[in-house]
Design a protein around this ligand. Structure first.
Ligand code: FDA
Length: 571
């Protein structure tokens, strides 16, 4: 049974939302409601079985958002996102891979007081319950540093079942070693460069998604309620008690369950955790956003905050393959490479050429946002990103080498540039809360993003052509030398890329945590500017892309957000 009023309403029972609901309801005197558009997937085998990745795609567990046509490559792209208790953590690839330390420090440097690797690190540990690898896994190559892991948190992380190294892992290890890239004993310690095997969000042989970790073991708390199959339509605002108050107070939310619409009261706060493609749309439906957009759909402007939905940043995922003479055995590996690894002796000139382009990039992206984002703010952010890449040596490339599986003689090298410069947007395309938003990631819009993706492809080709891997490989099969010859020019690679990239499913940034003057939507306590009691806590708040994979960072960020909220309440 649910009552009609709660202290906190969490919108979206996904990865971040369930962390908040759990921590806020630790105090039995505080009531918390989670409203989730999807259903429970506790016993859905396409969720629980780690070998069934992708089986949930295009089912009712997947929002399967479609972007607008992209100018690079033409057609639309599909951006997947989970629709279930557990959100995207219920359908994702389960990689547990954190950020590089200095990237989190950069969050503070651009105006977010208190956000550094050092302040976030205790929350990585707090969220995690790491399973020490068994001897068979150690024999198969698993390494780790105890000090980098938590052992008492709700989220189980573990190496996947590994009985033997197989051929591929040592082959790639030796080959990368020859190219100067070392084995990384633990990529979760804030230093990501190197080759490694990584933990998954796994409990034994069952996916540990956010619901299994943060909700089900606590489901009997009397003060924690979940409404499933229920959509939040918009935030409701209290009538201003006097006209001098310039902050708006949310009084609750409007929800729809089947065909019934009703209201629920929030006594303290409304927290949006509906994901990067939905939280900004909910703000717009509630009158918070760019007047140009709200007025087009007849929505009264409550807060003029034009950067809501801007700053969308996703990566381009591309696949290269090679065929071996024999059956390829082994597991899933990861390689993180820096600009120096990828661009070699040309790194300094690549860095200088990119630097010279940044004012033009900032101008182009400001224009793409209809000047919602100030070009000066973008330029400052772009300089920080340039510094991270070329001075602080944050990895720019991630490559997943693994046996293809279905085709037993094929090696897959899935890859993506980690730090593209393009910024896109997510905005409502209708006044109806049931409608999907309009999504434009602007993939490949800027030359650097394409140059990086092409340079990683050439690097992978050099890995294929270096011993000992070289003698193991019969031929490169994707793109293959017929499609992209050995001496191919940039434009040949670019043409191939145009038709061979997909969303990396790591979109971030649409309600960025930044000073308001720099285009921010939330402050360092994740409160939406202009509101007294509305926050966004999910992938939308990232001012920049973080290397690694989102959920490890999100669990820690949401843990820290819960403490900030508790602190604000005491204060
Ligand atoms: P999340 O998507 O988890 O939650 C949002 C929730 O809000 C959903 O449950 C949704 O149904 C609900 N919702 C939306 N609108 C609503 C409304 N109006 N009313 C009520 N509820 C609403 N990351 C990683 O670390 N390792 C990996 O291997 C992968 N692999 C991967 C594969 C695939 C296919 C995807 C789609 C994603 C990944 N990711 C990943 C990314 C990662 O899973 C993702 O970034 C986070 O789970 C996002 O967490 P959030 O809390 O931002 O939203």
């Amino acid at each position: 049974a649910t009552s009609q009023s709660y202290d906190y309403i969490v919108v979206g029972g996904g990865t971040s939302g369930l962390v908040l609901a759990n921590r806020l309801s630790e105090d039995p005197g505080v009531s918390v409601l989670v409203v989730e558009a999807g259903s429970s997937v506790l016993n859905n085998v396409n969720v629980t079985d780690p070998n069934r990745y992708s089986m949930a795609f295009d089912t009712k567990l997947d929002w399967a958002y479609e972007s607008v046509n992209q100018s690079f490559g033409g057609g639309p792209q599909v951006l997947r996102a989970g629709r279930a208790l557990g959100g995207s953590s219920a359908i994702n690839g389960m990689a547990y891979v954190r950020a590089q330390d200095v990237q989190v420090d950069a969050w503070e440097a651009i105006g977010n007081d208190g956000w550094t690797w050092e302040t976030l690190f205790p929350y990585y540990l707090k969220s995690e319950n790491f399973t020490i690898p068994a001897q068979t896994q150690v024999d198969a190559g698993a390494t780790f540093e105890s000090a980098e892991h938590g052992f008492q948190g709700p989220l189980r992380t573990a190496f996947p079942p590994m009985n033997a190294t197989g051929e591929l892992t040592p082959l790639i290890n030796e080959t990368l070693h020859a190219l100067g890239i070392p084995w990384n004993r633990d990529i979760n310690g804030g230093r990501m460069r190197g080759f490694s095997i990584y933990p998954w969000t796994l409990d034994g042989e069952i996916r540990h998604d956010a619901a299994r970790a943060y909700y089900w073991p606590f489901a009997n708390r009397a003060n924690l309620h979940v409404l499933l199959d229920t959509r939040v339509n918009r935030i409701l605002w209290a009538q201003p008690s006097n006209t001098t108050t310039d902050e708006l107070t949310a009084s609750g939310v409007e929800i729809s369950l089947a065909n019934t619409t009703s209201h629920i009261v929030a006594k303290k706060e409304v927290i949006l955790s509906a994901g990067v493609l939905r939280s900004p749309a909910l703000l717009e439906l509630s009158g918070v956003g760019n007047p140009r957009i709200l007025e087009a759909y007849g929505i009264p402007v409550m807060i003029d905050l034009p950067t809501v939905g801007e700053n969308l940043q996703d990566q381009m995922n591309t696949l290269m393959t090679a065929s071996g003479e024999n059956i390829v055995t082994g597991g899933r590996t990861v390689t993180f490479a820096t600009a120096q690894d990828i661009f070699g002796t040309t790194t300094a000139s690549v860095a200088a050429a990119l630097y010279a382009q940044l004012p033009a990039y900032a101008h182009q992206m400001a224009t793409a946002s209809h000047d919602a984002m100030p070009a000066e703010a973008l330029l400052r952010l772009f300089h920080v990103q340039h510094d991270l890449i070329f001075k602080q040596n944050v990895p720019v490339a991630e490559i997943i080498f693994k046996p293809a599986g279905s085709d037993t003689t094929t090696i897959n090298a899935g890859y993506w540039g980690l730090l593209p410069y393009a910024r896109g947007s997510v905005h409502i395309a209708s006044a109806s809360p049931a409608a999907n938003p309009s999504i434009n990631p602007n993939y490949g819009l800027l030359p650097w993003d394409v140059q990086l993706q092409n340079a990683i492809a050439r690097f992978i080709r050099s890995v294929f052509n270096t011993d000992p891997l070289r003698s193991f490989i019969k031929e490169e099969t994707l793109p293959g030398l017929a499609a992209v010859p050995g001496n191919a020019s940039d434009s040949v690679w670019t043409d191939w890329l145009k038709h061979n990239y997909a969303s990396n499913f790591h979109p971030v940034g649409t309600t960025a945590m930044l000073p308001r003057s720099m285009g921010g939507v939330v402050n360092p306590h994740m409160k939406v500017y202009g509101t007294a009691n509305v926050r966004v806590v999910d992938n939308s708040i990232h001012p920049f892309q973080l290397c690694g994979h989102p959920v490890s960072n999100l669990y820690a960020i949401a843990e820290r957000a819960a403490d900030l909220i508790k602190g604000d309440m005491k204060g």
